[in-house]
Design a protein around this ligand. Structure first.
Ligand code: GAR
Length: 200
């Protein structure tokens, strides 16, 4: 497979994106961070991209009022930077059909729970951990999966498990899961780079 050129879509902090970039810099992941796109002009992910010298774009419904225009603008930006794999990293918007069709089986997401449990619309960030705690689960974790038109539904590419402790809060559990996310995402990408995971 050709060298991975990653296009990141991120809405907020971008710590997963940073973990992938750091893994590339350490020589553990054979890939190029090609472009970062955020729907949120204040996203720290955009600041991280600038610090790393990666082209960074704010593309949102503010500039592109219809979903179709927005989808097209994101696709054109990914193509312009020769992206061949798209990584959602805390991206809180649904990916449009043009991007999904063009990058079929090439759009990945990380989710902070053990899918297929605790996924679906409205299940993001702290809501996921809240649901895990309310369900009395003994284990949680994170999942990297392919993105299709249904939320948190595509093929699972990798998971890591963490314990849930009786005195956990949303914050303590989120932190334990996030530490594993930062390991899992680069590991899955390196397996793709080495051909150990085949996306087609
Ligand atoms: C991560 O925990 C990620 O799993 C979650 O948002 C956080 C983003 O953190 N994503 C979802 O909940 C998607 N449904 P980051 O911006 O620091 O990478």
């Amino acid at each position: 497979m050709e060298k991975l050129r990653i296009g990141f879509l991120a809405s907020h902090n971008g710590s997963n994106m940073q973990a992938i970039i750091d893994s590339i810099k350490r020589g553990e992941l054979d890939a190029i961070p090609a472009v970062v796109i955020s729907n949120n002009s204040n996203a720290f992910a955009l600041e991280r991209a600038r610090r790393e010298g990666i082209p960074a774009y704010h593309i949102s419904s503010k500039q592109y009022p219809t979903e179709e225009e927005l989808d097209k603008a994101i696709l054109e930006t990914l193509i312009k930077h020769n992206v061949n794999i798209v990584c959602l990293a805390g991206y809180m918007k649904k990916v449009g059909p043009k991007v999904l069709n063009y990058f079929k089986n090439r759009v990945l997401n990380i989710h902070p729970a053990l899918l297929p449990k605790f996924g679906g619309k409205g299940m993001f960030g702290k809501f996921v951990h809240e649901a895990v705690l309310n369900a009395g689960e003994k284990e949680s974790g994170c999942t990297v999966h392919l993105v299709d038109e249904i939320y948190d539904h595509g093929r699972i590419l990798g998971q890591k498990i963490v314990p849930v402790y009786p005195d956990d809060t949303v914050e303590t559990l989120a932190q334990r899961v996030l530490e594993q996310e930062h390991k899992l995402y680069p590991e899955v990408l390196q397996k793709i780079a080495k051909g150990e995971i085949v996306l087609d």
